[in-house]
Design a binder for this molecule. Structure first.
Ligand SMILES: CC(C)(COP(=O)(O)OP(=O)(O)OC[C@H]1O[C@@H](n2cnc3c(N)ncnc32)[C@H](O)[C@@H]1OP(=O)(O)O)[C@@H](O)C(=O)NCCC(=O)NCCS
Length: 171
């Protein structure tokens, strides 16, 4: 029998649960380094827990290799969610996994009644995937943030004018 090359990539997308916490910490440390806890978005996440029911991981043949988390926030008068961290292990980059996690998380937020998904991230990555820039300095974060990196996917009408004021964790 001729030798077979078995390429096994069984990607599955799962709702996050506590058993993923340890590997998610490793994935985020690898992606963002030791300064990640000082970021303004991280300070919002310190104010309260993320929402596991709309946070997701990707596993390849049983090994968790990517994660996206969603945290409930109030941004000005918009009741939405902050997306992040989003991270994919270097071994699995550029296969559409980040894009698919974004799609799943945003859709789950929409189903949950979220008015918008906000994040702080690279516009060249996120804007082609549906994110729009928030008006410069419209939102006050609990720490320094580059205003050009504050992005939003509106999920209802009239989000942009209401994205003005403080952004904080939402009970
Ligand atoms: C950013 C990240 C989540 C993307 O995940 P991924 O699964 O590799 O991305 P996808 O496969 O969905 O998309 C890949 C495309 O995005 C591009 N891309 C990746 N990171 C990018 C960035 N920071 N800016 C612009 N484009 C980027 C890739 O070049 C690739 O482009 P192509 O399709 O034209 O070849 C992942 O690379 C990661 O975890 N990076 C470490 C954290 C980080 O740098 N975050 C920066 C964004 S805040």
């Amino acid at each position: 029998m001729a030798p077979q090359l078995l390429l096994k990539h069984d990607l599955v997308y799962l709702t996050e649960d506590p058993s993923h916490d340890e590997i998610i910490e490793i994935i985020n440390a690898e992606a963002f380094g030791p300064g990640r806890h000082a970021r303004a978005a991280a300070r919002i996440r310190e104010q309260g827990p993320h929402d596991r029911s709309i946070s997701f991981v990707c596993a390849d043949d049983g090994e968790t290799i990517a994660s996206v988390r969603m945290t409930p926030v109030i941004a000005g008068s918009v009741k939405g969610h902050m997306l992040g961290p989003l991270a994919v292990r270097p071994s699995h980059k550029n296969r559409g996994i980040g894009r698919e996690l974004l799609r799943i998380a945003i859709e789950a937020a929409r189903r949950k009644g979220s008015e918008a998904v906000v994040l702080v991230g690279d516009p060249p990555y996120y804007c082609p995937l549906g994110f729009e820039k928030v008006s410069y300095n419209a939102l006050a974060f609990p720490g320094p943030v580059d205003p050009g990196r504050v992005l939003v996917v509106p999920l209802v009408d009239d989000v942009h004018p209401r994205l003005a004021g403080v952004i904080a964790w939402r009970p």
